[in-house]
Design a protein around this ligand. Structure first.
Ligand SMILES: NC(=O)c1ccc[n+]([C@@H]2O[C@H](COP(=O)([O-])OP(=O)(O)OC[C@H]3O[C@@H](n4cnc5c(N)ncnc54)[C@H](OP(=O)(O)O)[C@@H]3O)[C@@H](O)[C@H]2O)c1
Length: 260
């Protein structure tokens, strides 16, 4: 709620609210009395997550955010948000050349072009109101190579770059843009991508929980920081991620199992 005009419950839009980081963010915002506009795709999962909130100032919309026409429809019925948490996403792995064109387009739209479309839909109203906050959940994969997840990493990298430019562009309009770059977070994402083996392969100390991601990301956004890497381990390794030895070790610890 911090930073917004008093006497009115500010509106937050959270994409991918039905599990993981999005659900943790939604719970945090509900605790802090925001009015919530929520988006997810799977009807049963969304209903269950929504009911678990039992929070009156909220409603949810079903939308496949990997499809431009679905996104165009959903933004028409959403209240103009004061805060956008662009979080929805999936992890996708597969060797170069093994993912079909439609899957690549859908993935890139979900993680990058669609996030831009969503945010740009509401920038004019934030400018009119003279305030706003935008949070983009990217990934540490935006700044380090991810063999067998090149489409995912490149989309996360593109949206990171977009967020950094937007942060500068909107800074004199009292609108903050914060890109969060989480490393390994304990959510459903890896099982959903068929990467269950990472739970045992990636050492315990490399995992961050969703609540920690929310706490650090929210703090960075309120402080108008343009990026945040949640978790002390990732903050420490960041300067070394581009070095080849560090990369070799990193890729060994996080190796995707071979898939054509
Ligand atoms: N977990 C990690 O290690 C990690 C690390 C770095 C970055 N991230 C990023 O964090 C974000 C959240 O992921 P998570 O780890 O919290 O995973 P998660 O638990 O699987 O949650 C993903 C959320 O996104 C929604 N979603 C996925 N595809 C969608 C689509 N096409 N249309 C609408 N909603 C969609 C899901 O809803 P449905 O189930 O209805 O599809 C779900 O609510 C993602 O952008 C991910 O890339 C995660």
């Amino acid at each position: 709620m911090q930073g917004f005009k008093k006497n009115k419950r500010p509106v937050a839009l959270v994409t991918g609210f039905s599990s993981g980081i999005g659900l943790a963010y939604t719970k945090y915002l509900a605790k802090n009395n925001w009015e919530l506009e929520l988006i997810a795709q799977n009807p049963e999962k969304a209903k269950k997550a929504f009911e678990s909130l039992s929070y009156p100032h909220s409603r949810y919309h079903l939308c496949d955010l990997s499809k431009p026409e679905d996104l165009d429809n959903v933004v028409k019925v959403i209240k103009e948000p004061n805060l956008i948490v662009a979080n929805a996403g999936i992890t996708k792995y597969g060797a170069a050349g093994s993912i079909n064109k439609q899957e690549k387009r859908d993935l890139f739209y979900l993680l990058c072009n669609g996030v831009i479309d969503l945010i740009e839909e509401f920038i004019p109203s934030m400018i009119n109101q003279g305030e706003g906050r935008i949070i983009i959940v990217s990934s540490i994969g935006a700044i380090t190579p991810m063999p067998k997840s090149s489409i995912y990493a490149s989309a996360k990298s593109a949206i990171y770059s977009y967020g950094q430019s937007l942060a500068k562009e909107l800074s004199n309009k009292n609108i903050s843009v914060t890109v969060s770059l989480p490393g390994y977070v304990r959510t459903d994402a890896h099982a959903r991508a068929g990467l269950d083996h990472l739970k045992s392969k990636v050492p315990n100390w490399m995992w961050v929980n969703a609540e920690q991601v929310v706490k650090e990301t929210e703090r960075a956004s309120i402080k108008k920081k343009s990026e945040i890497i949640p978790g002390i381990v990732y903050k420490l390794v960041r300067p070394f991620l581009k070095l080849s030895l560090a990369n070799l070790i990193w890729n060994g610890m996080t190796k995707r199992k071979s898939k054509k």
